[in-house]
Ligand binder design. Structure first.
Ligand SMILES: Cc1ncc(COP(=O)(O)O)c(C=O)c1O
Length: 398
C-alpha cells in the first residue's frame, strides 16, 4: 500500500522518540534522569480533580457545543481582563482539543494551498508539519541570540517580497525559553498587518515567566489569532484542552472547522479546567520551583562548558550551545552527545535537530519542569560523563 506523498515532508517529533527510548531503558531497570520532555511534573491540584469527579458523578459526558462550554469561555474572557487588561468577548473564544487542535483550526482558516507562513528556526517542531499537512509552506527564518531567538520586523522584511500569508510568534519560546521584546512584538504585528498578513501568537507558555509577564498579541491588535491552553501553566497536559481567540468575523469559519474536525473538545476536561482558574496559588508555588531549577541549572551548565547566550526568562527550557563541549570531547554533533548521554549516563535531553535546522547540530534543549533533586542528579551525571569523554591531560614533562 502507498501512503500519501505529503507524508514525505513530515518529520518525526524527535523528543517523543527520545522519550520512548528513555522509557525502554527505565523498563529495563535503568534509572534515567528525564530532562527531555516539556511536561510539568507535579500533581493536578485537588480542586481540578474534584471538579472532574463531580462532572462524572453527574454524567456530564455528552458533547458540548462546538465552540465549547459558554461558562468556560466566559471565564477565559474574564481572565484576559485581569491578566492583560484587554476586553475580549466570549464570542471570540473557542475551546479546542489542546493547543494542537487550535493550530489545525488556525492554519485551516488562514492558509490557501501554497501560502507561506513565517516561523522561527529554532521553533516548535509540530508547526511546519501541520502547516505542510494543510497545504501551506513553512518559511523557516533562522533566529539567533542576537534576536532573542525570536522573529523580528527586520528579519521578516526580506520575505515580504515573495509573499507571506503571515507569521507565527511563540513567546516564551520552545525550545529557547526567551521572550520577544514588547517593542519588537508590536513592530512585527504592525508590519505583517500593514501587508494584510495574519499574526498567529502561540501563548501556551504565558504565566510561566521569571521577570515581567509576557504581553499578549491582543495587547497590540484585535486582528491577531491567539492560541493558549491548559497544558503548561495549568499543568494539564493529558486533559488535552486549549483555546483560541480569533477576530469575531472569523468565528463562524473556526466553528465550522471544529464541528467537522473534532465536533467539540472533551467535556470532562472542560468541566475540570474551570476549577483550574481557582488554583492560582498552586501554580504560583510551582513557578517558584521552576525558577529555582532554572537558576541552578543555568549556572551549573555554564560551569560545565555549555553556552547560554540569552537568559531564558520564560517556559521551562534552556537551549544550550554545545560547540565548546563538542570541541573538547571530540563528539561529532549534538545528536551524538544526546544519544551517548542517555545510553551511558542515563540523562535524557533533546537534540537541537528537533527544533529546526539552523545551528541545530550544536544545540540541545534541557527541560527543567521536574523536581530539583532530579536536576541536581542530572547535572552531576553530565559532569561525570564529560569528565570521561574529555581526553586526560598530557603528563607534565620533566
Ligand atoms: C510551543 C508549543 N505550542 C504548543 C504545544 C502543544 O501543547 P498542547 O498540549 O496544548 O497541545 C507545545 C507543547 O509542548 C509547545 O511547546
Amino acid at each position: 500500500m502507498e501512503w500519501a506523498e505529503k507524508l514525505a515532508d513530515i518529520q518525526p517529533f524527535y523528543v517523543m522518540e527520545v522519550l520512548q527510548r528513555a522509557k525502554v531503558l527505565v523498563a529495563q531497570g535503568r534509572d534515567i534522569v528525564r530532562l527531555e520532555v516539556g511536561e510539568p511534573d507535579f500533581p493536578t491540584p485537588a480542586p481540578v480533580l474534584e471538579a472532574a469527579h463531580r462532572a462524572l458523578d453527574r454524567d456530564q459526558t455528552r458533547y458540548t457545543e462546538a465552540k465549547g462550554s459558554l461558562v468556560l469561555r466566559q471565564r477565559i474572557a474574564r481572565w484576559y481582563g485581569t491578566q492583560y487588561g484587554v476586553d475580549i468577548s466570549p464570542q471570540r473564544i473557542i475551546i479546542t482539543p489542546g493547543t494542537s487542535g487550535a493550530f489545525l483550526l488556525a492554519f485551516g482558516i488562514v492558509l490557501n494551498p501554497g501560502d507561506r507562513l513565517a516561523i522561527s528556526d529554532p521553533g516548535y517542531p509540530c508547526y511546519p508539519n501541520m502547516i505542510q499537512l494543510l497545504g501551506g509552506v513553512p518559511v523557516r527564518i533562522p533566529v539567533g541570540p542576537e534576536h532573542h531567538y525570536q522573529l523580528s520586523a527586520p528579519l521578516l522584511l526580506p520575505h515580504l517580497s515573495s509573499g507571506l500569508r503571515g507569521g507565527l510568534i511563540t513567546s516564551p519560546s520552545n525550545p529557547t525559553g526567551t521572550l520577544i521584546p514588547n517593542r519588537s512584538f508590536a513592530e512585527v504585528i504592525a508590519l505583517l498587518e500593514s501587508e494584510k498578513g495574519v499574526v498567529i501568537s502561540d501563548e501556551i507558555y504565558h504565566g510561566i515567566t521569571y521577570g515581567e509577564p509576557a504581553k499578549s498579541a491582543l495587547n497590540f491588535s484585535d486582528q491577531a489569532i491567539v492560541i493558549h491552553g491548559f497544558s503548561k501553566y495549568f499543568a494539564m497536559t493529558g486533559w488535552r484542552l486549549g483555546w483560541m481567540v480569533v477576530p469575531e468575523e472569523a468565528m463562524r469559519s473556526v466553528e465550522m472547522l471544529q464541528q467537522n474536525l473534532f465536533i467539540s473538545a472533551s467535556t470532562l476536561s472542560q468541566q475540570a479546567a474551570l476549577a483550574a482558574f481557582e488554583c492560582g496559588d498552586a501554580f504560583q508555588d510551582q513557578l517558584t520551583i521552576y525558577d529555582k531549577n532554572r537558576c541552578y541549572l543555568m549556572a551549573a551548565l555554564k560551569e560545565l562548558g555549555f553556552i547560554i547566550p540569552v537568559e531564558p526568562l520564560g517556559a521551562f527550557y534552556i537551549y544550550a550551545d554545545v560547540t565548546r563541549i563538542l570541541a573538547e570531547t571530540g563528539l561529532a554533533d549534538a545528536q551524538t552527545f544526546c544519544r551517548l548521554l542517555l545510553e551511558e549516563a542515563g540523562v535524557a535531553v533533546t537534540p537541537g535537530l528537533d527544533f529546526g535546522q539552523f545551528r541545530a547540530d550544536v544545540h540541545v534543549r534541557f527541560s527543567y519542569a521536574t523536581n530539583f533533586s532530579a536536576i541536581e542528579e542530572g547535572v552531576s551525571r553530565i559532569g561525570q560523563f564529560l569528565g570521561q569523554k574529555k581526553p586526560a591531560p598530557l603528563p607534565l614533562e620533566v
